[in-house]
Design a binder for this molecule. Sequence first.
Ligand code: NAD
Length: 281
Amino acid sequence: MAKLLEGKPVAEKIKEQIKQDVQSLKNKPVLASVQVGDNAGAEAYAKSQNKIALSLGIEYQFHKLPENITEKSLIEFMQKLNTDKFVNGIIVQMPLPQQIDYKRISQYISPDKDVEGMHPSNIGQIIFGKAQLIPCTPQAVMELLAQTGVDLYGKETVIVGHSEIVGKPLALLLLDKFATVTVCHIGTSKAGKLEEHVNKAEILIVAVGKVGLIKGEWIKEGAVVVDVGINRVNDKIVGDVEFEAAEKRASWITPVPGGVGPLTVTMLMRNLVTAAKLQQG
Ligand code: NAD
């Protein structure tokens, strides 16, 4: 039976470090959060970020902009935050209204305030193993893998999902640890090859958003399984992996909820402190 790879205890340890780092900064770090229009989900997420920020000694500045704002005005607003010397990090809450292209907007966040690590220059630094601000979810997965004590060197590592925010940057971070990385996606499934790849994974990370996509019986005996997926089923949150069957075969497995989720926002706060340190030289 697998051991549970829980995010909360890891997050608590990292938060202690963040608190100490905040104390060592000259000024209280400030995170600016930008929400466009009304969205209950985004608002709830911002509220929980605010609470965590406060508990760590970080100031959370919440900006709500009108639903019908133009991309040009939003970019101008970002540029104001970029030049505001009291703001150390900027996060744009999702979802955004149709007229706003997140990819374009994220390019206007100053790379040294890009706490989501999605600016092309931060993403690019991952290739050189030199990134300081790394996207939060891939960072959270790396922290969880480190907790298992399993050496990634040469391990058959399979990622299911190749999004810009999870799968692709994660593949680069794992390569940096000399894991042997295979990235699967919709094309792999359509070619009927997903089971074959999952079957050989000593380390399996799944980030798709489809309930039960990964069958328990596909998991290799002793594999480490990190399920990033979040799916709502009858008011319950479940991942992409068939948990009950998979935990009988894996050596470690993340619960959903309670695995990657609690760590993601902690990584955001760690990025903010890193950004503040970089700005203070
Ligand atoms: P996305 O929609 O951007 O990408 C989905 C990926 O899954 C793509 O690579 C696509 O090719 C692949 N895919 C789709 N159907 C597939 C199939 N049948 N077989 C194999 N691959 C398939 O998603 P995302 O933003 O990367 O998020 C993925 C999941 O992770 C979602 O459930 C999301 O809610 C969750 N997520 C969780 C956290 C967290 O903090 N826990 C953070 C980010 C995303």
